[in-house]
Design a protein around this ligand. Structure first.
Ligand SMILES: [Zn+2]
Length: 241
């Protein structure tokens, strides 16, 4: 499968043709044949907004997990907070993407998850009802954490990680043939994870996409500086970057 929006739309169409109902973490039991669609936001919120728009146009509601401890963005900035609220306003859910690496071995991880979820709820002005792990360790995958007394669903819990067929495009690679899995009719419960970062109008190699991301960040950095330093061009012109 290509990493284009067209290919993604085709994937959704195939799921529907094959009888899958697009559900979320809370209502999938109401359908005999369901797919939960999840996206992780690790690097760039803008790409998630674009994916959310594309899904909105084809009546898909999914869950976007945002990494609140990211080095790449601040969820509380005016721009990013507006983006995340925009994703919610399109009818999608925003959940917490949690990076355990931030915490040492002494930390109560469930408590840390609940604290980060509370921060994200404040940021969104909405309840957070789902959580996924960023690059989970084996121990975390096996932990089957119960978060906020079950109010927050753990997408790596047994229910979603073992009782569903889980497919992911991690590191820009579908390790299994996703279209074949959908067509096969073998699974009644699918759990599909994509990373909107890799998708675009045209197919791009990983290196091209990453280079574009780095270059774009330099430009964004300049624009953000110009909001903070009066007459920035007296010190540094954008052309000189
Ligand atoms: Zn992640």
């Amino acid at each position: 499968m290509k990493f284009t929006y067209e290919a993604y739309r085709n994937l959704i169409a195939l799921l529907r043709e094959c009888g899958y109902t697009i559900c979320d973490y809370h209502n999938y039991m109401q359908s005999d044949k369901s797919v939960i669609i999840r996206h992780d936001i690790d690097l760039q919120i803008e790409k998630a907004v674009r994916m959310a728009e594309i899904e909105h146009d084809i009546n898909v509601s999914s869950t976007y997990f945002v990494l609140v401890s990211s080095n790449f963005f601040n969820v509380f900035s005016k721009r990013n907070q507006a983006y995340l609220r925009e994703i919610c306003d399109m009818g999608h859910a925003v959940g917490l993407h949690f990076d355990e690496v931030k915490y040492d071995g002494q930390t109560n991880l469930v408590q840390a998850m609940e604290e980060e979820a509370a921060l994200l709820e404040h940021c969104l002005g909405r309840e957070v009802r789902s959580l996924s792990m960023h690059r989970p360790s084996k121990a975390t995958l096996e932990a089957d954490y119960k978060i906020a007394d079950g109010r927050i669903v753990n997408s790596y819990g047994t229910e979603f990680f073992h009782d569903h067929k889980y497919i992911t495009d991690s590191r820009r690679n579908w390790r299994e043939d996703v279209t074949q899995i959908i067509k096969s009719g073998t699974y009644e419960r699918l759990h599909v994870l994509t990373h909107p970062f890799w998708y675009d109008e045209e197919e791009q190699s990983a290196s091209k996409r990453l280079k574009k991301f780095c270059t774009g960040r330099v430009e964004q950095c300049y624009d953000d500086l110009s909001d903070n330093i009066r007459d920035l061009e007296e010190f540094l012109r954008k052309d000189d970057l």
